[in-house]
Design a protein around this ligand. Structure first.
Ligand code: IPE
Ligand code: IPE
Ligand code: MG
Length: 250
């Protein structure tokens, strides 16, 4: 395990890693347990991913914890997830402070149950001065919702005469998103073997490297992150150019 970690080129770390934490339900089923058992066990994986990223020097990590579409799940599961969120944030604040990790969140947060929203705001407030890594929780998040919001706010500014339509650039659009100020993820990891994006960070992952891991989220450990980063570092990011151009510019 240490060996895998030592192979990582710390000068070529992704600044931002985004993770679609998927497969809790299937993992629970495999163990003959209810779905909630999988969600509970997924918390340890959150700890491992966060700690491993922070120890390496990754600056941002975004975890997809609850999508807007997830409201469509059975009420008992939604309630269990919301309760787990409150419990986990309250329990982890001390560790986040010890590890100098700042918590923040993206998504339509005000629509969360008030207890969850309150716990989230407390977590954000209590860790706001930490500087080693920013942990972004995507909660009640939908990329299409986020993009529409950005479009609406820019359109409003245009109608009010604050900006001209031709002044809208990728940079102004970035600033209208809830990820304002956060660099785009270079690496997106999804567990569970599913190979789709499920309405996550659509604009921001335009050029991200995608890693689909054949393990369920509760099985995710530090070495899975190390391996994903190593694979990322072995890829050639061409951004539309040719391989010769990339090698020539190194
Ligand atoms: C991911 O695991 C957790 C959330 C979406 C909240 P799932 O609950 O989606 O697990 P599977 O995909 O059904 O196995
Ligand atoms: C995506 O997982 C959302 C989160 C991980 C929070 P889902 O399990 O909800 O995605 P789909 O429905 O299989 O695409
Ligand atoms: Mg799933």
């Amino acid at each position: 395990m240490e060996d895998l970690k030592s192979k990582i080129d710390l000068k070529k770390l992704p600044k931002h890693i985004a993770v679609i934490m998927d497969g809790n339900g299937r993992w629970a089923k495999k163990h003959g347990q209810p779905r909630v058992f999988g969600h509970r066990n997924g918390v340890q994986s959150v700890r491992e991913a966060t700690e491993a990223a922070a120890e390496l020097g990754v600056e941002y990590m975004t975890l997809y914890a609850f999508s807007t579409e997830n409201w469509g799940r059975p009420k008992a599961e939604v309630n269990a997830l919301m309760t787990l969120l409150v419990q986990t944030i309250r329990k982890e604040i001390a560790t986040m402070n010890k590890n100098n990790i700042r918590l923040t969140a993206i998504g339509d947060l005000k629509q969360l149950p008030s207890k969850s929203y309150k716990a989230l705001l407390e977590g954000i407030e209590n860790t706001k001065n930490n500087t080693r890594m920013t942990l972004v929780l995507a909660l009640n998040y939908s990329a299409k919702w986020e993009i529409l919001n950005a479009v609406k706010s820019l359109a409003t500014e245009a109608v009010e005469g604050k900006i001209k339509p031709e002044e809208i650039t990728e940079a102004t659009f970035d600033d209208a998103l809830s990820t304002k100020g956060i660099p785009h993820p270079e690496l997106l990891i999804r567990t569970s073997g599913e190979q789709r994006i499920s309405n996550f960070l659509l604009w921001q992952i335009a050029y991200a490297e995608l890693a689909f891991l054949p393990i369920y989220w509760p099985e995710f450990r530090k070495q899975n992150l190390y391996q994903a980063i190593l694979d990322y570092q072995n890829r050639e990011r061409r951004f539309g150019k040719t391989s010769d151009q990339i090698i020539g510019s190194e």
